[in-house]
Design a binder for this molecule. Structure first.
Ligand code: FAD
Length: 290
């Protein structure tokens, strides 16, 4: 199918973009177009105006400090995937982005667009949650920071008003003595995950488990962070019972069933992926702690 007719705006600044968004009912931001354009073509969305950000200068930088990684609104998945500084400071970014779609889509789609799209099957919403991240939002009234907990309202729904541009997403750095892992199950490589898991394991100075947290993909309507520390707290890293943490995770999630997988199968995957990723993240943390 072809999209319903729409007008096209090509602003040269965030301020101009906001002017169009505030002045036109049914105006929508266009970033990489990898989610929005299929929705238009299937006529599941019919915005009156597309406000294309692609010529707005200053939105295409990845900024890395020891405190974290700031990803501008026009940074493509592929650029973030290849960014060595981002991988060093917050390895979950690289590990999760490697699972986002196929190279052609990663070349055009943006990390911030993924977050603004708020698809519970997207990897980057889970990573924003797991890292305790936030977005910078420009509105006609000014700029503000919105933490991940206040951002996601439901599937494909955020708390942001229509006249808003997400200019960047911020991902705090990995804490010291920590390791990460990310894994998912999909029908074909590059497809949306049937179920995915990202984890962070943090050790104390005696190489005992101090914290274990997980966030899942395609499990629940909005991203969530699950604290699994109770199952493994204080265990020497080599002896920690990751299967117990996986079993705990299964009790904490409430996945839906759909045509790709039943709720029970997703819950089973949560347990298996949690156990495996925690073991791998712990090995990484242990290697750093020696
Ligand atoms: P767009 O499509 O341009 O926009 C998406 C939505 O976000 C729109 O509502 C738009 O208005 C809004 N938006 C975008 N940017 C902003 C902004 N800066 N401020 C305010 N609102 C904004 N994604 C995954 O995470 N995992 C996958 O496995 C995956 N597989 C895919 C497979 C296929 C075949 C396709 C076509 C897409 C897939 N995607 C997947 C989606 C892809 O990652 C998209 O790039 C991403 O979801 C949206 O980013 P975008 O820049 O393309 O946004």
């Amino acid at each position: 199918m072809k999209p319903a007719p729409f007008r096209y705006a090509d602003p040269g600044s965030v301020a101009e973009a906001l002017e169009v968004l505030a002045g036109e009912e049914g105006a929508k931001v266009l970033a990489g177009g990898q989610s929005l354009l299929p929705l238009l073509s299937m006529r599941l969305a019919a915005p009156a105006v597309l406000v294309d950000l692609n010529r707005v200068p200053g939105l295409d930088a990845v900024e890395v400090t020891e405190d974290g990684v700031r990803v501008g609104a026009l940074v493509r998945h592929a650029e973030l995937l290849a960014h060595a500084g981002a991988a060093r400071v917050q390895p979950l970014l690289t590990r999760a982005t490697a699972n986002v779609a196929h190279p052609a889509i990663r070349n055009r789609g943006t990390t911030v667009g993924s977050i603004a799209h708020a698809d519970p099957s997207g990897e980057m919403t889970a990573v924003l949650a797991l890292t305790g991240g936030s977005v910078t939002v420009a509105e006609p009234s000014g700029e503000r920071t919105v933490g991940w907990r206040d951002l996601f309202v439901g599937p494909l729904e955020t708390s942001l008003p229509a006249a808003a541009v997400v200019t960047a997403a911020a991902f705090p750095a990995l804490p010291p003595r920590s390791g990460t892992a990310f894994a998912e199950v999909s029908r074909r490589r590059g497809d949306y995950a049937v179920c995915g898991a990202g984890v962070v394991v943090t050790l104390d100075g005696d190489r005992r488990v101090a914290a274990a947290r997980a966030s899942y993909v395609s499990v629940g309507p909005v991203p969530a962070v699950h604290d699994l520390t109770g199952a493994v707290a204080g265990s020497p890293v080599e002896d920690a019972d990751w299967a117990a943490a996986g079993a705990l995770a299964r009790t904490l999630v409430d996945p839906d069933g759909d045509l790709h997988a039943s709720a029970d199968y997703r819950r089973l995957l949560v347990g298996v992926l949690t156990e495996r990723t925690l073991a791998s993240a712990a090995a990484e943390a242990a290697a750093k702690a020696t």
